[in-house]
Design a protein around this ligand. Structure first.
Ligand code: ATR
Length: 305
């Protein structure tokens, strides 16, 4: 196997704990910067790198990384479900998501967690979002949604509506989470995006979990966005509109900004999911709580310039 596959060799850092993010593509990843800042905040000596992995090479690269003393990996697109399949031990939220983005090896066993959904919830809490008895609209039905539903349910909203362009995919997500919905006493419902015009209850929180923003598209027509905002105005709700994509103002954000809604992009989710991973790897003392706010502000400033 070519050496290019192993840009990070933990043996080259004998005095440091070595972590990395693995994906394809990976050049754009901000994880090394975020984790380095957490390490500085908590006076930890770590090296955190990026691993570009060929499709088909994931298992082998992971094996070599851990065999050479690597301590933990963040896994990103397109390897999250491969990481899931590799794990013998999974957290409940990784199991529910069907995807792993935090991978460790303990006594020869791969252990997987999914920090995406809980990262989203933590970021929403930073934005003063209150979940209890709330009405939540999730747009999309792909991998990003699977990771999000359980952490949201654990905050006891009253209702979660999953709206997707392809109704069948939203129905599958609802089927998958039906038992959890009963356990948490949450009403869960699938709907096609086009049928959102028939919705007559205002949402407290609207989350765009689709990948549409990456292609400079919105999943909603302008009329649909307006309909959702009208519902909020009728019920005098200060609806928070959240876009998972970060680093640019997507057409979805543009629509709701133009309508005067309170909006937030996915930068905070990126920082918070990293914080959850960092805290699971390195025991952070209570008086050294991670300052995600400062990290997020720094990233936002960097992207604005
Ligand atoms: P991921 O695992 O990253 O979430 P995915 O499984 O391909 O990616 O899912 C992408 C999601 O974005 C899907 O819900 C997709 O809708 P469909 O199931 O109907 O394909 C949604 N999506 C992508 N582009 C979209 C667009 N322009 N409008 C509406 N939905 C879009």
């Amino acid at each position: 196997m070519s050496n290019e596959l192993f840009q990070i060799d933990p043996r080259e850092y004998p005095d440091l704990d070595v972590y990395a993010v693995i994906g394809n593509p990976i050049a754009h990843s901000l994880s090394p910067e975020i984790h380095s800042q957490f390490a500085t905040q908590t006076q930890q000596k770590i090296h955190y790198g990026k691993i570009f992995c060929e499709l088909g090479g994931f298992k082998r690269v992971v094996e070599v990384f851990f065999a050479r003393g690597g301590m933990g990996l963040n896994v990103t697109v397109p390897f999250k479900s491969e990481a899931f399949n590799l794990c013998t031990k999974l957290t409940d939220r990784a199991w529910a998501a069907g995807a792993v983005n935090v991978l460790t090896k303990v006594q020869g066993i791969y252990c997987g967690d999914n920090s995406d959904g809980v990262g989203l919830v933590r970021d929403l809490e930073q934005a003063s979002c209150s979940f209890l008895a709330s009405n939540i609209l999730i747009i999309g039905a792909g991998g990003a949604v699977q990771g999000t539903v359980l952490p949201l349910m654990e905050k006891f909203p009253a209702r979660i509506v999953i709206a997707n362009r392809t109704l069948e995919k939203a129905q599958k997500v609802v089927e998958r989470f039906n038992n959890e919905a009963t356990r948490h006493q949450v009403e869960i419902k699938a709907i096609s995006i086009a049928d959102l015009t028939k919705e007559n209850q205002a949402f407290d929180l609207i989350i765009n979990c689709t990948s549409s923003g990456l292609n400079h598209q919105s999943p909603l027509t302008d009329d649909l966005a307006k309909h959702l905002v009208n519902l909020s105005q009728q019920e005098k709700k200060d609806t928070l509109v959240y876009e998972m994509v970060y680093g640019k103002i997507t057409p979805f954000l543009e629509q709701f900004n133009a309508l005067g809604s309170r909006t937030r992009d996915g930068f905070g989710m990126l920082v918070e999911q990293a914080a959850v991973a960092f805290e699971s790897w390195i025991s952070v003392e209570k008086d050294q709580k991670l300052d995600t706010f400062t990290v997020l502000q720094g990233l936002r400033e960097k992207f604005q310039n």
